[in-house]
Design a protein around this ligand. Structure first.
Ligand code: NAD
Ligand code: UFG
Length: 326
């Protein structure tokens, strides 16, 4: 079974690549290093002791995709490549629409040309907008509050239309909640360039002394301690969810399946600070500031559908998430 991973050197792609190699899958990766580093390739090989085929290039470019499909008999594609920063997407919407949608269209067209119809897509909890009730189930209404989220929701619609038009397609849409942590070797992980937007990488930089203090965006939300609540999931658990999705596609001949990948448990920003301090022994200085525009109070998944149908559930603890992030 040969699996093509787009965005294979990024945060979630690299951890999924490790899980695939560990299970004996043959892997082909493509990345343009717009948000990752070349050394990830060697580090994946170090962790697994295994090799994989890699192409440097842009997934929007059909020429390189055709080269990949000509040179390799690809059975399944997992599509991670894309831009993901919510704030940046509000400043540069065209860049986000161009990259996220164009890459997906090019990829789906070339897959169809080469008669490969097994596709796993990285979607996001952001497609639930402001949920009316909790925990969030897959059949909740969908909406978005920023261009990044709209690219994800648009791609979900494209995939639904594609399946309607041709039932040969066999598609899994995975809606991730908040991935944190890293491979326990410390050789791969999340390394945002510049000042991090997300909570966990920011906490890590404060604990290491690279940044002075964490700004907690509001303590007046309707949550137990007033700070925002999210469903943090260890990236290795998330990577394993992709293996289960892949096994699902191997079993099915056709269909479109949607799953939340989360733990089902919500932690507040203050819970995260405390857990990080306890599991690493490092101090995290913080101050409370204004709410961040666009944030919601609480977001956590109902992961039951993935448990029932994919036989997957997250097993790593909050302590693992903090220790491995550090
Ligand atoms: P990441 O930025 O670490 O990885 C994405 C990778 O894709 C990077 O290595 C980047 O260089 C590459 N890339 C981007 N555009 C490309 C293109 N046109 N051609 C080739 N390579 C390209 O992000 P991640 O956290 O690993 O996220 C992977 C996917 O999961 C993304 O689609 C993201 O939107 C989605 N997602 C992420 C989160 C999160 O919090 N990390 C949450 C929900 C969904
Ligand atoms: N937060 C702070 N200070 C910071 C950063 C974050 O207090 O410096 C708070 C936020 O207000 C929020 C929580 O920490 O309450 C988590 O914030 P993140 O930015 O880490 O994550 P979000 O839930 O806002 O969004 C993330 C990804 C999105 C994705 C979403 C759901 O950035 O792309 O999870 O998967 F869509």
């Amino acid at each position: 079974m040969k699996v093509l991973l787009t965005g294979s050197c990024g945060y979630i792609g690299s951890h999924t690549l490790v899980e695939l190699l560990d299970r004996g899958y043959e892997v082909v990766g493509i990345d343009n290093f717009s948000n990752s580093k070349r050394e990830v390739i060697d580090n994946i090989k170090k962790i697994t002791g295994k090799d994989f085929v890699f192409y440097e290039g842009d997934v929007c470019d059909k020429t390189i995709l055709e080269k990949i499909f000509n040179e390799n008999k690809i059975d399944i594609v997992i599509h991670f490549a894309g831009y993901k920063a919510v704030g940046e997407s509000t400043l540069k919407p065209l860049m986000y629409y161009r990259n996220n949608i164009d890459s997906t269209l090019s990829l789906l067209e070339v897959m169809d040309e080469y008669n490969c119809h097994n596709f796993i897509f990285s979607s996001s909890a952001t497609v639930y907008g402001k949920p009316h009730t909790l925990p969030i189930k897959e059949n909740f209404p969908l909406s978005t509050t920023n261009p990044y989220g709209t690219t994800k929701l648009t791609i979900e619609y494209i995939l639904k239309d594609l399946y309607k038009s041709n039932n040969d397609w066999n598609i899994v849409i995975l809606r991730y909640f908040n991935p944190v942590g890293a491979h326990e070797s410390g050789l791969i992980g999340e390394e945002p360039q510049g000042i991090p937007n997300n909570l966990m990488p920011y906490i890590v930089r404060v604990a290491s002394g690279e940044l002075e203090q964490l700004s907690i965006f509001g303590n007046d939300y309707n949550t137990p301690d007033g700070t925002g609540v999210r469903d943090y999931i260890h990236v290795v658990d998330l990577a394993k969810g992709h293996i289960k999705a892949l096994e699902k596609l191997e079993k099915e001949n056709s269909g479109i399946y949607i799953y939340n990948l989360g733990t089902g448990v919500g932690y507040s920003v203050l819970d995260m600070v405390k857990a990080f301090e306890e599991s690493t022994g490092k101090k995290v200085n913080y101050k409370i500031v204004e709410r961040r525009a666009g944030d919601i109070a609480t977001c956590y998944s109902d992961p039951q559908k993935a448990k029932n149908e994919l036989h997957w559930e997250a097993t790593k603890t909050l302590n693992d998430m903090c220790k491995d992030s550090w």
